[in-house]
Design a binder for this molecule. Sequence first.
Ligand SMILES: C[S@@+](CC[C@H](N)C(=O)[O-])C[C@H]1O[C@@H](n2cnc3c(N)ncnc32)[C@H](O)[C@@H]1O
Length: 209
Amino acid sequence: MNTPQEAAWRGEFGDRYTDRNMGKVPANRAFFRKALTSCRWFRMDEQHSILELGCGAGENLQALRQLYPAHHLEGVEINPKAVAIARGWGNAMIHEGSVLDFQPTRKYDLVLSKGFCIHIPPTELARAYDVLVRSSKRWVLVAEYYSPRPVEIPYRNAQISDGMLWKRDFAGDLLNAYQELRLVDYGFVYHRDPYPQDDLTWFLMEKTQ
Ligand SMILES: C[S@@+](CC[C@H](N)C(=O)[O-])C[C@H]1O[C@@H](n2cnc3c(N)ncnc32)[C@H](O)[C@@H]1O
């Protein structure tokens, strides 16, 4: 059964988000250059695979393509309008549907969530974490809003403002739940940076078994 959040992202709420959040590829490129510095083996000329959960219109995947021309890129996205834009770009395989139902048929060198886990209701988070970790061969990157204690925050610019956005220690949850993960690097990108993100805190983890 679908959660109210999945219904909202699939519908008009998700369409409106897609319309007002384009044009971030240069900032995303700067973000990944920084956040993936520790993946030293992630060389441009080798072919590795990357999966993004909640990839939106594909602006992270576009940035990753510019940094890593040979890599195999995939995304999972629930909003049909965003899926059409990401597919229209033509450089990544996009799975349309909910991450909470996604059954990966392979593993990826890197699996990432950027601004996705913050929109998953706490009761469903374990399912999203499971996809994130289970489908990764080696690296897991989460870039979300951090809070040491889980808190819900009202979602701005939306008719639906409750039950759509949470911040918490996503990486801490993952490190507690999955003993095979180790923290490799972390950082923060300020909204006043020349290549801004929305005050995102990111954590790069590696599977050790
Ligand atoms: C805040 S946007 C972030 C988009 C992209 N990751 C970025 O950094 O620009 C959240 C995205 O997650 C998608 N999403 C939310 N819940 C989802 C779910 N259960 N399964 C798949 N996608 C979902 C939304 O449709 C939206 O495109």
